[in-house]
Design a protein around this ligand. Structure first.
Ligand SMILES: Nc1ncnc2c1ncn2[C@@H]1O[C@H](COP(=O)(O)OP(=O)(O)O)[C@@H](O)[C@H]1O
Ligand SMILES: [Mg+2]
Length: 421
């Protein structure tokens, strides 16, 4: 957003500069053109007059005639003087004698180039019969007197240019500020939409994840055929899971990383109680769940993860494994081991295997296949959560032979005090 604002600002400055530069250039070109045209026509006519009078008569000493020309020139805003080879003024223009002297100075007037300038033109005058005989110089001083029409045009042009530039700048400024406001609004809307989408996803996930303990609770409370001496304990466990998930959503009991340490035995218990829950949840199915805990005695190591989140992951993966064995007796095997620097949990099943469509898009929410009421939330949540714990989730699956989901999580050695407690 801020970038876009700066972009517009940059653009605005660029347009302003472009208008000013192009206007200035146009003005300069038109002005130069007008001046040149005016100069050319006036100078050529004037020089012609001088030459035609001087050449035929060679009456350089006839100051009366030349003075008349000078006077005529003076009335037109031109000042002319004739000087001889040595730079002496032959036909002084009494009005501008001072100016001529200033311009000539000590320099040799033969070198005409010295006197070329935008306002002074200097032409040598040679004898008509003997071309090598230098008679003098004609100097003309130009005052750029622009014709009235050109002047008017220039003024109109300048005013018009000023007005157009001002209006353009005003429009541009209005547009920029409107655009900025609109962008601010759309940015706010996008942020709100994103937040709503995130909340919706969270709510969806929670609704999905509490299904398992609710299903278990329903059977424990209302299925008279279900008999167990641990019934109370199981009800308590299912209720606790529901509470934990809802607390998690409300960001209650949010613990820091240090407090989230799950020691190895606690992890083993978590899996064990989830297995109990699954057995109750899927009572109508024929399932066998085997749990191998290779290092159950090692209470010196722990993983630093949110227990509620992790139990949701295991619960969803176990559900998937059971649901994959639609037409056979589900044989689920869960292996908990400690490898070098990592704790590893493998959940294998003898189900249908994952469809290719799912394997191709692993980790994408809504990626479901072969289930009437599938949501595609469980696996995506598991992958995302394990990644957030700096762990790894991998899937090996083959059609009709089953699937193995492996989770690896880094562990750390617990301080001695914690081990003791
Ligand atoms: N253990 C498994 N065996 C076979 N297919 C599986 C297994 N786990 C996941 N799947 C496939 O992955 C899909 C996505 O799973 P999941 O994200 O949990 O959503 P859902 O179970 O709601 O469909 C499932 O629909 C299923 O096709
Ligand atoms: Mg699922």
């Amino acid at each position: 957003m801020l970038n876009l604002y700066h972009e517009i600002k940059k653009y605005f400055i660029f347009i302003t500069c472009a208008i000013i530069v192009s206007a200035g250039t146009c003005f300069y070109i038109i002005f130069q053109h007008a001046v040149n045209e005016n100069n050319q026509s006036e100078n050529s006519r004037f020089n012609e007059t001088i030459s035609s009078i001087i050449y035929p008569s060679l009456a350089i000493s006839d100051t009366t005639e030349i003075s008349r020309i000078l006077e005529l020139a003076a009335t037109k805003g031109r000042y002319v003087s004739i000087v001889d080879n040595d730079g002496n003024i032959l036909a002084p223009d009494y009005k501008t004698l001072k100016n001529v002297k200033t311009i000539l100075g000590d320099k040799n007037p033969k070198n005409c180039a010295d006197f070329q300038s935008s306002s002074v033109s200097c032409l040598p005058i040679f004898s008509h019969e003997d071309n090598a005989r230098f008679l003098g110089l004609s100097l003309s001083f130009s005052h750029y007197k622009l014709p009235l029409t050109i002047k008017k045009t220039m003024v109109y042009f300048a005013v018009l240019l000023f007005l157009v530039t001002t209006v353009l700048l005003y429009i541009l400024k209005r547009m920029t500020s409107r655009l900025t406001t609109e962008l601010d609004l759309s940015y706010e809307k996008t942020a709100n939409l994103k937040r709503d989408a995130a909340l919706y996803q969270l709510a969806q996930q929670v609704a999905h994840d509490i299904q398992s303990p609710i299903a278990a609770l329903r059977i424990l409370l209302f299925n008279k055929e279900f008999v167990s001496d641990k019934k109370d304990e199981l009800i308590k466990g299912a209720l606790n899971r529901i509470c934990d998930i809802s607390d998690d959503m409300l960001e209650k009991n949010k613990k820091t990383d240090g407090d989230n340490a799950i020691p190895f035995p606690a992890l083993s218990n978590m899996i064990q109680s989830l297995i109990e829950e699954k057995k109750i949840q899927h009572t109508e199915k024929s399932i066998e769940i085997e749990f191998d805990c290779c290092e159950s005695g090692d209470n010196a190591i722990a993983i630093s993860v949110d227990p509620t989140e992790l139990s949701r992951v295991f619960s969803n993966l176990m559900n998937n494994a059971i649901e994959a064995c639609e037409n056979t007796c589900a044989r689920i095997r869960i292996i908990l081991t400690k490898t070098y620097k990592q704790i590893q949990v493998i959940i294998t099943d003898n189900g249908s295997g994952m469809p290719k469509s799912v394997l191709k898009k692993l980790g994408v929410r809504g990626n479901t296949a072969g289930k009437a009421s599938g949501s595609g939330l469980g696996l995506a949540h598991a992958i995302q959560t394990i990644r957030s714990f700096r762990g790894r989730l991998s899937v090996k699956s083959s059609a009709r032979r089953g699937t193995a989901v492996t989770i690896q999580l880094p562990y750390f050695i617990l301080p001695e005090t914690k081990v003791a407690s």
